[in-house]
Design a protein around this ligand. Structure first.
Ligand SMILES: [Zn+2]
Length: 210
């Protein structure tokens, strides 16, 4: 079975136009290892291209993507915590100074939950169990009023995952020691712009001044 032609051609362009001109950078990354500026927790959604959004170079971002960009609470007894393992590696081994929770508009995962999974047996076992992380979601009334139900859910999911991140003892400790800063962002697909979660007001405001 061949890979899709578009991917083979794309890889050829990558080798020619990106890897070859930046051979030095790639060699350095291979020899010295990674020292990313930030960890980004984003959605699997094919439209959320994290490196493109931040125009980030190879090696700059340590990215974990999962359905609806969620972080589970700290559960040391759990066996297969892929996202928690990535958080642990980023914080304790790579010692990243920033962790960014990146939500996005038109999120299929959040929308599936919003449209009726709540309180019902999950149609798909894995997705249902995963989205149950949203069961305790607290919608902010002013979000619903200003942005509508869909965005209010996406915003609340970012706030909830940030709260779950703080339940990891090593995250809490590094934040308290001033070694780590947690950020909440929301990406709008249509405009390409980012909103950031203001820590003191817990409101989403534009990242860029207009
Ligand atoms: Zn999504």
């Amino acid at each position: 079975m061949q890979l899709p032609k578009t991917l083979i051609e794309g890889h050829s362009r990558f080798l020619r136009d990106r890897h070859a001109p930046e051979r030095g950078r790639y060699l350095q990354l291979a020899e010295l290892g990674q020292a990313p500026t930030a960890m980004v927790i984003a959605c699997c959604d094919a439209r959320v291209d994290v490196s493109a959004i931040f125009d980030a170079e190879p090696g700059a971002l340590f990215i974990v993507r999962n359905v609806a960009n969620l972080v589970p609470p700290y559960e040391p007894e759990g066996k297969y915590h892929g996202t928690s393992a990535a958080v642990e590696y980023a914080a304790l081994t790579l010692k990243v100074p920033h962790i960014i929770l990146l939500g996005h508009s038109h999120c299929g995962g959040v929308d599936t939950y919003r449209r009726g999974l709540r309180g019902k047996p999950p149609e798909h076992g894995f997705i249902g169990s995963w989205l149950a992380l949203l069961d305790d979601l607290k919608l902010v009334e002013s979000d619903v009023f200003a942005y509508g139900d869909e965005l209010a859910f996406e915003f609340a999911a970012v706030r909830s995952s940030l709260a779950n991140l703080r339940t990891f003892p090593f995250i809490k400790k590094r934040v308290e020691e001033g070694l780590l800063v947690l950020h909440g962002l929301h990406f709008d697909l249509a405009s390409g712009t980012l909103l950031r979660l203001e820590e003191d007001t817990q409101r989403f405001v534009p990242l860029m001044e207009t």
